[in-house]
Write a protein that binds this ligand. Structure first.
Ligand SMILES: Nc1ncnc2c1ncn2[C@@H]1O[C@H](COP(=O)(O)OP(=O)(O)OP(=O)(O)O)[C@@H](O)[C@H]1O
Ligand SMILES: [Mg+2]
Length: 268
C-alpha cells in the first residue's frame, strides 16, 4: 500500500489488497454517542485487533460490519465498492461472518446442526445428517476441541465449548472477512490457545482477513498484524502490532480514565 486514497475513493482507487474500508461511521443510541467518525481499513489476510475499554464501542462497530445494525452516517466499502449491509444474512452472502460476544447458537439443536446452521447440507429431499456430522467432527478435531459427541444439544455444553463451536462455524464458513467479538472471553487456557492458533493459521494462509476484539492485550498482540484502539467511540491509535506494546496500550487507556476523573472533579 503506497498512498491513502481520498475519502471519496471509488472502486478504481481502492488500494491493492484492501478488502474492507470504513469511512466516517457514526452511531448513536438515543442521547448516547457510541461511535464518532470511525475510519478503519483491513487488507487481505490481515489480522486487526480492535481494542478498548468496556463501552468503547467495539461491539457496536462489529455489529455494523456484520449487517446486524446500520450506521447513522458514513459508509462501508468491500473490495472498493460501497455496500449497504441490509442484514446479517446479506453480509454473510458478501463474505462477512461474525462470532458475536452474545453468542448466536441454538441451544435446542445438536452441535453439528449448529455448525451448519443456515448452510445445511441437503441430499434431496432430506438433510444430509451423516455428512454434516462427519464434517463437524473433523473440524472440531482439527481445532483440538474435545467434545464427547457432536450429537449432544448445545444447551448441555459449557460456555467455552459453545464459543469454540461458534468460532469453528465461522472459520469453516468460507468467509473472506471474519469478525470475532471476544472469542477468548469464556475460554480456559487451552481453549484460548486453540482459538489463537487458529487465528495464527488463518494469518499464515493469507486468504481471510480478521478483526478480533479481546481484552487481553498480550494475547491479541501476539496474533495480530495491526492494532486499532477505540476510546469513547473514536479510534485513537492505529499502529502495527510490532510497533506498540501492552504497556503503551494500557497507559493510553489509564490516561483516558484519569482525564475523565479529573474533568469530573473540576466540574463538581
Ligand atoms: N442497542 C443499544 N441500545 C442502547 N445503547 C447501546 C446499544 N448497544 C450499545 N449501546 C451502548 O453503546 C456503548 C458502546 O457499547 P459496545 O457494546 O459497543 O461497547 P464495547 O466496546 O463492545 O464494550 P465491552 O468491552 O464491554 O463489550 C455503550 O455505552 C453501550 O451501553
Ligand atoms: Mg463488546
Amino acid at each position: 500500500m503506497t498512498t491513502e486514497p481520498a475519502a471519496s475513493a471509488t472502486a478504481a482507487q481502492a488500494p491493492d489488497g484492501e478488502v474492507l474500508r470504513v469511512e466516517h461511521v457514526s452511531k448513536r443510541f438515543g442521547a448516547l454517542t457510541a461511535l464518532t467518525d470511525v475510519n478503519l481499513h483491513l487488507a487481505k489476510g490481515e489480522v486487526l485487533a480492535l481494542l478498548g475499554d468496556n463501552g468503547a464501542g467495539k461491539s457496536t462497530l462489529l455489529k455494523i460490519l456484520c449487517g446486524f445494525q446500520p450506521p447513522d452516517s458514513g459508509r462501508i466499502l468491500l473490495d472498493g465498492q460501497e455496500v449497504t449491509l441490509k442484514s446479517v444474512d446479506h453480509a454473510r452472502s458478501l463474505g462477512i461472518d461474525a462470532v458475536y460476544q452474545d453468542l448466536a447458537l441454538i441451544n435446542q439443536l445438536s452441535v453439528y446442526h449448529n455448525m451448519f446452521l443456515n448452510r445445511e447440507r441437503v441430499r434431496w429431499p432430506l438433510l444430509n445428517n451423516r455428512a454434516m456430522r462427519r464434517v463437524a467432527r473433523e473440524h472440531l478435531d482439527t481445532m483440538g476441541v474435545n467434545l464427547p459427541s457432536v450429537d449432544v444439544e448445545v444447551a448441555r455444553l459449557s460456555g467455552g465449548q459453545r464459543q469454540a463451536i461458534a468460532v469453528a462455524r465461522s472459520v469453516y464458513s468460507d468467509a473472506k472477512i471474519l469478525l470475532l467479538d471476544e472469542p477468548l472471553a469464556a475460554m480456559g487456557v487451552k481453549e484460548a490457545a486453540i482459538i489463537l492458533d487458529l487465528v495464527r493459521d488463518i494469518k499464515e494462509q493469507g486468504q481471510v482477513s480478521v478483526i478480533i476484539i479481546a481484552h487481553n492485550y498480550g494475547q491479541v498482540l501476539e496474533v495480530s498484524d495491526r492494532v486499532n484502539l477505540l476510546q469513547q467511540g473514536k479510534i485513537t491509535l492505529d499502529k502495527r502490532a510490532s510497533e506498540t506494546s501492552v504497556v503503551e496500550l494500557t497507559n493510553l487507556v489509564v490516561a483516558e480514565y484519569r482525564a475523565a476523573l479529573e474533568a469530573r472533579h473540576r466540574s463538581a
